[in-house]
Design a protein around this ligand. Structure first.
Ligand code: AHG
Ligand code: MN
Ligand code: MN
Length: 334
């Protein structure tokens, strides 16, 4: 790989030779990356800055907000509202959509984000991240919540930034998956992996095992077979990981394969799942599919789900293709 290709150059080349991205989308992605750099700075301050701990407030999903959830949300809004590339934004941390104020020009894109994923890991110094998804606003004047309710297959860009031992931005614009590592001396994201591929087979699964007694039969069957190892029907030993930051678990799967599950369970039977379709499941599903993996809710491809509300939840099973297909089969057989 040619050394030192910055995110800026990668995006310019995508625009120029591949024709994948119009200039306004390129600008949008540059701004999102800049916001992620700023969030990365805040995350890195830790106890030295006023960024740790609870904000003593609740978001629309009834979850306690951390200071960093709110800081990251504000950074993303402030960075993106004035550039003229967006019509509106939606966030896991805001009840309604955020329409670009009248004092700025309105663009044709919609940006959705989980500003800070893995909030329970902030205080313990474990990887967290930002997840984002970009849609085109349907034709017509004005912008409403309805405009956001598009299936994941309509995304024009998606990605995440993981704040771990390194800060890494992972992106797709429909031309495979590329990874960029933040070079803090240069202050820019540098291309470090291209054409990322998720191995089709794996011996590693990720699920919160403490919920086992609440799972549905197909998920129980799958995990149980993995746990039986070489003596069981899979005839191989499996390893398990659970970071409790979807960004970090997905990053591992994009790097070395694996399967990630946050399935529907009996704790709250009326809720389709814990994770959010628009801010978490759709962008991660597209990245995984672009890398040759698969993503389903057990019955249906996640990116085909027609959302009925902004904060919709969904059951998530994604990663190495053959494992995801096996789990889907178990769902159909049940
Ligand atoms: P968020 O911090 O944005 O609310 O998301 C946390 C999500 C996801 O990142 C992770 O996979 C999952 O919640 C962890 O849930 P458990 O604590 O139930 O394992
Ligand atoms: Mn999240
Ligand atoms: Mn979050």
């Amino acid at each position: 790989m040619t050394k030192n290709i910055s995110l800026t150059r990668y995006l310019v080349e995508q625009q120029r030779s591949e024709g994948h991205i119009p200039s306004q989308l390129r600008l949008l992605l540059e701004v999102v990356a800049r916001a992620c750099k700023s969030i990365s700075q805040a995350v890195n301050k830790g106890d030295l800055g006023d960024v740790m701990g609870s904000a003593e407030s609740e978001n629309i999903q009834g979850e306690m907000q951390k200071k960093l959830d709110i800081i990251a949300n504000e950074v993303l809004i402030e960075a993106n509202e004035w550039g003229g590339h967006l019509a509106a934004m939606a966030s896991e941390e805001m009840e309604g959509i955020y329409v670009v104020p009248n004092r700025y020009p309105q663009g044709e894109y919609l940006l959705l984000f989980d500003p800070l994923d893995g909030s329970s890991n902030i205080e313990v110094n474990v990887s967290i991240g930002t997840i984002f998804s970009v849609l085109l606003k349907p034709e017509g004047t004005g912008v409403s919540e309805q405009d956001f309710l598009q299936a994941g297959a309509k995304q024009v860009a998606a990605g995440y930034c993981v704040y771990g031992p390194q800060t890494t931005l992972v992106l797709t614009v429909g031309d495979g998956v590329a990874m960029f590592t933040l070079d803090r001396e240069q202050g820019s994201f540098i291309l470090t992996k291209e054409n990322v591929k998720v191995p089709e087979d794996t011996k590693e699964f990720a699920i919160n095992m403490s919920n086992m007694r609440h799972w549905d039969a197909p998920v129980k069957r799958y995990v149980d077979e993995c746990l039986q190892g070489v003596e069981g029907p899979r005839a191989k030993d499996f390893n398990m990981r659970w970071i409790a930051s979807m960004v970090a678990d997905v990053h591992r799967i994009l790097t070395r394969g694996g399967v990630f599950m946050y399935p529907w369970d009996k704790r709250e039977p009326n809720k389709p799942g814990k994770l959010r379709l628009m801010y978490e499941a759709n962008p991660m599903s597209w990245l995984i599919e672009q890398a040759g993996g698969a993503a389903t809710n057990g019955k249906e491809r996640i990116m085909d789900i027609a959302p009925s509300k902004l904060h919709e939840r969904v059951s998530v099973i994604l990663g190495s293709k053959n494992e995801v297909e096996r789990i889907t089969r178990y769902h159909h057989e049940a």
